[in-house]
Design a binder for this molecule. Structure first.
Ligand code: CAA
Length: 246
């Protein structure tokens, strides 16, 4: 039976590469997009013109009821979700001095509350079926902190706390929960960093002297989604070109 993989924020740089990889491996791939994403239909059409057969549903990942309705609809249309990739995320980078409560809350709710909101919808089914994979896309900056990212680093570090706790609770039920912590990957999120900051502060910290490729992260998601990865749970796997080792 073809497994269903749900990727939140699947239309961004990293999410798209994850959708393509999982589709190539035979998963039925479904993504969510923010209800105010005006480019969603065009993205879906262009991907499906290339033959991918993706499905896409609007979902406000910060809103529990929106996630509930969205997953209920997906399961009705496609069947139970076997793999959940919590990938949706945003940045609102600024020094703590300038950060408002709203800059904090927006990032925490999009990057961390979303993980609860989405995982809650699929976990009961996964444990009942004794098979499931949840992969939380965190960040090197959740591991080491980053200048200008108190909100983002807190949310990304929180994701891994969630991973470890839930991994313990469902380990006996064939369900694995893991975190991937990518470093600086060549997506719009990273290329929007001011060029002088990227060149002078960030690239020199990366021993491989380059940005990562979305496909490199997607390959790791594919592994964690597979049957082969059944013994990997509660892990936080770094993929950062050597930027941060511990
Ligand atoms: N480390 C140390 N010092 C830094 C620094 C850094 N990374 N970045 C900036 N500074 C210093 C500057 O040199 C400057 O110092 P001086 O006043 O002594 O010259 C001071 O901090 C202020 O810097 P800016 O002029 O840049 O201040 P700003 O308020 O205009 O901008 C900022 C601050 C928004 C944080 C900006 O520096 C920035 O965008 N930094 C990049 C933040 C970042 O790494 N974001 C990651 C996005 S990608 C991502 O998040 C994906 C992922 O998971 C990895």
């Amino acid at each position: 039976m073809q497994r269903v993989a749900l990727v939140t924020g699947g239309m961004g740089g990293l999410g798209e590469a994850i959708c393509i990889k999982l589709s190539a491996l035979g998963y039925k791939v479904v993504t969510t997009y923010s209800p105010n994403n005006k480019k969603a239909k065009d993205w879906l059409r262009s991907m499906n013109d290339l033959g991918y057969g993706f499905k896409a549903y609007p979902c406000d990942v910060t809103d529990f009821d929106s996630c509930k309705d969205c997953v209920r609809q997906i399961e009705e249309d496609l069947g139970p979700v076997d793999v959940l990739v919590n990938n949706a995320g945003i940045t609102r980078d600024m020094t703590f001095k300038k950060m408002t409560k709203s800059d904090w809350t927006t990032v925490i709710s999009t990057n961390l509350d979303s993980v609860f909101n989405m995982t809650k919808q699929v976990m009961e089914g996964m444990t009942e079926r004794n098979w499931g994979r949840v992969i939380n896309i965190s960040s090197v900056n959740g591991q080491k902190g980053a200048f200008g990212q108190t909100n983002y680093s807190a949310a990304k570090a929180g994701m891994h706390g969630f991973t470890k706790a839930l991994a313990l609770e469902v380990a006996k039920r064939g369900v694995t929960i893991n975190t991937i912590s990518p470093g600086y990957i060549g997506t719009k999120m990273v290329t929007s960093i001011p060029k002088d900051v990227l060149d002078s502060k960030i690239l020199p910290q990366i021993p491989m002297s380059r940005l990562g490729k979305p496909e490199e992260v997607a390959g790791l998601v594919a592994y964690l989604s597979s049957d082969e990865a059944a013994f990997v749970t509660g892990a936080n796997i770094s993929i950062n070109g050597g930027q941060h080792m511990f």
